[in-house]
Design a protein around this ligand. Structure first.
Ligand SMILES: Cc1cc2nc3c(=O)[nH]c(=O)nc-3n(C[C@H](O)[C@H](O)[C@H](O)COP(=O)(O)O)c2cc1C
Ligand SMILES: Nc1ncnc2c1ncn2[C@@H]1O[C@H](COP(=O)(O)OP(=O)(O)OP(=O)(O)O)[C@@H](O)[C@H]1O
Length: 314
């Protein structure tokens, strides 16, 4: 990840996009495309300035959302889209209290050699979010930098936003996310030991431990794609507290089709394709295992062979 720097006075000058960019969704990608276009035409370095933590952690902690992407993922995706510099600044009390003009003049222009700023139609900035795209254009004229405002990226009649995508994730509507994100929705972590009960019943599962906290789909069973060492396998993943057992910890565990290897401590990514059902509290372990085997068979027969026909099981 790019280290935070106190100053970045690139000699060439910079065209920079501003925002939090959680998920780096299609709306964000439209901004990044604009940045690259301007950087090529005007021979400027390309950059994104965002924050280490979501501004709400300071402004209104109770409303801080769990995030779609970790900082590492966000930086990697932004670079992969062709942006040269990603700056993760601290959003602190001092910054929070700057008026919009002071944020531009005493922060951005002091810290970065900005020639052009790119923001979205709904960008706000400065103390209590008082600055908007009109204010930004006004300061652009006053302090001699260009301003481009990207019009809303709309999908299915609504602007794409991190909030909208978080809502879909929390509702388990994982099959609606890819068009908004522009890539499959994925989580990543390490495989750790479970209780070993699944193995006992011929349903071995890989338990995933996340590297850092992210927003997760609602509890339940999902058809997933499992990425292990650059191989993609089919998987059936249960997220939740396994209500059949008393005081079971929250787990993310995956049965991987056509797979039988020891993979403890290895890195695994899960792409969520479709929610199959909610978690059920069974009367005993035998009923639970029967149902899991039924699900495994059902997905194998119906979904793995006929992707378009999945409707959810019983
Ligand atoms: C596809 C699948 C579906 C599951 N569904 C449920 C469920 O509906 N209710 C429940 O209590 N646990 C459910 N589980 C979790 C099991 O309780 C868990 O796999 C079992 O306790 C073994 O855990 P272990 O790997 O930690 O030994 C499910 C697990 C899988 C893989
Ligand atoms: N659908 C969109 N179309 C065009 N620009 C967008 C869109 N969504 C966000 N932007 C712009 O991208 C930048 C980053 O915005 P931000 O991180 O607030 O995204 P967001 O999706 O609106 O987030 P949230 O839902 O958490 O408010 C801002 O300049 C914003 O105006």
């Amino acid at each position: 990840m790019k280290k935070r720097r106190e100053t970045n006075k690139s000699d060439q000058g910079m065209v920079m996009a501003l925002g939090f960019f959680d998920g780096v969704h299609k709306g964000h990608q439209a901004l990044l495309k604009k940045v690259i276009e301007i950087s090529e035409n005007d021979h400027l370095e390309s950059g994104v300035m965002t924050f280490v933590k979501h501004p709400l952690t300071l402004i209104f902690p109770a409303y801080t959302p769990d995030l779609i992407t970790t900082n590492d993922e966000k930086v990697k995706i932004i670079h992969s889209l062709g942006i040269q510099h990603v700056y993760l600044d601290d959003f602190n009390e001092k910054l929070m209290n700057l008026s919009s003009e002071n944020f531009i003049r005493d922060y951005l222009l002091v810290k970065y050699n900005i020639k052009h700023l790119v923001v979205g139609f709904n960008y706000t900035f400065g103390y209590k979010g008082a600055g908007n795209v009109e204010t930004l254009k006004k300061y652009g004229k006053k302090y001699h930098f260009g301003v481009s405002v990207v019009s809303p990226c709309i999908i299915d009649g609504e602007p794409v936003s991190s909030t909208r995508i978080r809502g879909l994730i929390e509702a388990g509507k994982v099959d609606e996310i890819e068009p908004l994100l522009g890539r499959p929705y994925q989580i990543k972590g390490k495989i750790v030991k479970g209780k070993g009960l699944g193995h006992q019943f011929d349903v071995p599962t890989a338990n995933l431990k996340l590297k850092s906290k992210v927003i997760l789909p609602s509890s339940g069973v999902y058809y997933t794609k499992v990425i292990l060492h650059d191989h993609v396998y089919d998987g059936l993943t249960n997220l939740g507290a396994n209500p059949t057992f008393k005081q079971h910890p929250y787990t993310i565990e995956t049965f991987i089709y056509d797979f039988d290897e020891n993979i403890y401590n290895q890195t695994m990514s899960l792409t969520f394709v479709k929610k199959i059902r909610d978690e059920i509290k069974f009367d005993n372990v035998d009923e639970l295992m029967d149902r899991i085997k039924y699900d495994i068979d059902y997905i194998d027969k119906i979904y793995r062979n006929h992707p378009s026909s999945l409707q959810g099981t019983k």
